[in-house]
Design a protein around this ligand. Structure first.
Ligand SMILES: NC(=O)C1=CN([C@@H]2O[C@H](COP(=O)(O)OP(=O)(O)OC[C@H]3O[C@@H](n4cnc5c(N)ncnc54)[C@H](OP(=O)(O)O)[C@@H]3O)[C@@H](O)[C@H]2O)C=CC1
Ligand SMILES: O=C(O)CCC(=O)C(=O)O
Length: 522
């Protein structure tokens, strides 16, 4: 791998993206996204230069390529907000929030909003950049954005949170940072679907009151507010589909010492929120054995297997995993370091770093969270033959289904509604036609050779429901992206380094947009 970077380095001219050398210590999330970008850009550069054809001198072509690569990396626009709210106890408090629109190569921009007191402006910019690459990697035609509200949402009442969300919407709207054609937020860590419904409602009742597409300004809304069926499980389902593709690949699996298939493979999940919960449930139903789950409040462990459906019920009632009767409280140092086949960090960033990476025993790591592994730890994992399925690919289920919700909103009709009856009638006509043909051929009277649908066909006879369409589109998109990653990993001789393969996949697509559109007024 190093030799590829070295070669790319020798041939590169002036550029502002930094050289892809490994850090001595762990770097923050922002730097890590930039470093992965640099690594992919350096590998791709020569090929991009060639892609311009040879009518222009090489030096000119390289200048153009460097110019375009330099445009892709930084954050395009950034909004910093401070606004007051009156708390329930009568105090006034200033809330700090940010929205970063990383890339306008495709419009609208798209990306989540995090509610956490542990974030800052740089973190938001990192997530926005990662979202650009995530969208491109899986072929969703938006530019990346992200927002952060610097509060711990658990310390605010429902009324206070509603005030914050509505005021945030207005602040973004005043500065053209929200709108169905401009920028479309969604929930991320610490956010809820109800917050998204408040956002859509605030926008459509104020700045967007004349806009027919106003509700397309936010995704992951409640169904009654224009949300889409299937969104709840979307991220977990995407993780499951992505893992499933790789769990069939004997070549990848043998390099990490595993056999194909999920059956009886052990897994551990960190985080039992939107992402972790559905991931655990789906892996369990595919036959894998959940042996550990961790949340902020504590971790549980059971080598015999934890039933995530029962755990979900327990969690709903007790608001914690602690005390779940189907497992013991985890008493080791870190559940991430336990022996297992598949590790799913689905909570937050930087949880695997240079300090603990040497103790990670999992063979496959699916990055449900954004940025859970620092670049230095990632390099160690690669060198110890671990298969890491990178965030920008494996947790893209949310953006994929957000895209479908946006499409539903701007089409003003739910998926399937226009065709349900026609499809159902056609399918019954087809059965009837087969029955009549058989009766005619065998000279039998009408009704004597009943043709009935098989169980599988019977389930589909009424046509695809919205959930069916969402799930099959998600499956199709993730499977395609998996193939792109594998083929780029092979093409650029990257071995197990699927992260670089994913960044390359993304960069090639974004570059193509700039190349074919040219640079407006440059
Ligand atoms: N929601 C989305 O659309 C997407 C989210 N992501 C990423 O996935 C991650 C999780 O998001 P999401 O599931 O939506 O968030 P949620 O707020 O729904 O859930 C977060 C979960 O992680 C737990 N958690 C948080 N910090 C830690 C920690 N340090 N150690 C152990 N557990 C922890 C929380 O525990 P507790 O409940 O006790 O607080 C909770 O169970 C984030 O990195 C997010 O950026 C990625 C793609 C899409
Ligand atoms: O659905 C979206 O727009 C955002 C999802 C998200 O926050 C993420 O992928 O990190």
């Amino acid at each position: 791998m190093r030799s590829v970077y070295a070669r790319a380095l020798q041939t590169s001219l002036t550029k502002s993206y930094t050289v892809a050398t490994l850090p001595d210590g762990d770097v923050g999330f922002r730097q890590s996204v930039d470093q992965y970008y640099d690594r992919a850009a350096l590998i791709l550069e020569d090929r991009l230069v060639e892609s311009f054809g040879d009518r222009t001198p090489e030096r000119e072509r390289r200048r153009k390529v460097n110019g375009m690569l330099n445009i892709i990396k930084p954050c395009n626009t950034f909004l910093s907000m401070t606004f007051p709210i009156k708390r329930d106890n009568g105090d006034y408090e200033l809330i700090t929030a940010w929205r970063a629109q990383h890339s306008h190569h495709r419009k609208p921009c798209k990306g989540g909003i995090i509610f956490s007191d542990k974030i800052d402006a740089e973190y938001v910019k990192a997530n926005a950049a990662l979202t650009t690459y995530k969208l491109a990697c899986v072929g969703v035609p938006f530019g990346g954005a992200h927002a952060g509200v610097q509060i711990d949402p658990t310390k605010y009442s429902d009324v206070e949170l509603e005030k914050i969300v509505r005021r945030l919407t207005i602040e973004m709207a005043k500065r053209s940072f929200i709108g169905p054609a401009i920028d479309v937020p969604a929930p991320d860590l610490g956010a809820t679907d109800l917050m998204m419904s408040y956002m859509a409602d605030t926008y459509k009742s104020t700045l967007g009151h004349m806009d027919l597409n106003a509700i397309a300004t936010v995704t992951a809304k409640a169904i009654s507010q224009g949300g889409i069926r299937g969104r709840d499980a979307a991220i977990g389902l995407g993780i499951y589909y992505g893992l499933r593709t790789f769990m069939k690949e004997a070549l990848y699996l043998s390099s990490v010492g595993l056999t194909p298939g999920f059956y009886n493979k052990t897994f551990i999940v960190q985080g039992f929120g939107h992402v972790g919960l559905h991931t655990a449930k789906l892996l369990h139903s595919a036959g894998a054995r959940c042996i550990g789950v961790e949340e902020v409040g504590g971790a549980i462990y059971n080598d015999e297997g934890i039933n995530p459906d029962e755990l979900e019920e327990y969690y709903k009632e007790h608001k914690t995993l602690v005390g779940f009767p189907g497992a013991a409280a985890y008493s080791g140092d870190s559940i991430l370091e336990e022996e297992c086949d598949i590790l799913c960090p689905c909570a937050t960033h930087d949880v695997i770093h240079s300090g603990n990476v040497g103790h990670i025993k999992a063979k496959v790591i699916a990055e449900g969270a954004n940025g859970p592994i620092t670049p230095q730890a990632y390099q160690v994992l690669l060198e110890s033959n671990k298969l890491v399925l990178p965030d920008l690919f494996i947790n893209s289920g949310a953006v994929i289904v957000s895209y479908l919700e946006w499409l539903k909103n701007i089409r003003h009709v739910s998926f399937g509604r226009l065709t349900f009856k026609y499809t159902k009638d056609t399918n019954y006509m087809l059965l009837d036609s087969v029955q009549k043909s058989l009766e005619r051929i065998f000279g039998r009277k009408p009704g004597s050779i009943p043709v009935t649908p098989s169980e599988q066909f019977g389930k589909r006879i009424a046509g695809a429901s919205e959930t069916d369409i969402v799930y099959s589109s998600l499956e199709y998109t993730i499977e395609n992206a998996s193939r792109d990653l594998m083929s780029n990993a092979q093409k650029y001789d990257l071995g197990l380094d699927l992260r670089t393969a994913a960044y390359i996949t993304a960069l090639e697509k974004i570059f193509e947009v700039y190349k074919e559109a040219g640079l407006t007024l440059a």
